[in-house]
Design a protein around this ligand. Sequence first.
Ligand code: T46
Length: 137
Amino acid sequence: MIDYCLLNFRVRGDHSGKLVALEKGEDFPFEIKRVYYIWATDRDIIRGKHAHRALEQVVICTSGSCDFILDNGRERETVHLDNPEQGLYIRNNIWREFTNFSDDCVVMVLASEHYDESDYIRDYETFLKEVATKDYC
Ligand code: T46
């Protein structure tokens, strides 16, 4: 099993529309240190192609849709994101690629750490070696 989950956010909508608020300690698995968002990506582009050594993230498709392909070094799973009421929680040591972007896709990412290129594993063979050394089962 791949170590991810879909968080279902509480929606505080009324007749004027929907609203999700994410508060520290209540709705979220870590303290957010960075937020970034991605849009205007052509459908067939494959982004990501890396894992993180320590970083944890929650990915929210706030508009449109895209597919996240998650890989723990043994198996792969595709998660379709198209709902701003859900967040994809990706822990460390998971290889991710994302693609199949709709024209209106906006992906917002909430991150547990500041940007640090040394936390990225951008080579798949290196990723396989690093996760193999952590595979105790
Ligand atoms: C991830 C997926 C979901 C910065 O300068 N600061 C930042 O906080 C980020 C995220 C990126 N950058 C720079 C680094 C590159 O020169 O922006 C450029 C594009 O980044 P990258 O190629 O890593 O983008 P994606 O979409 O492949 O991956 C990003 C995140 O980097 C990554 O952590 O999990 O989104």
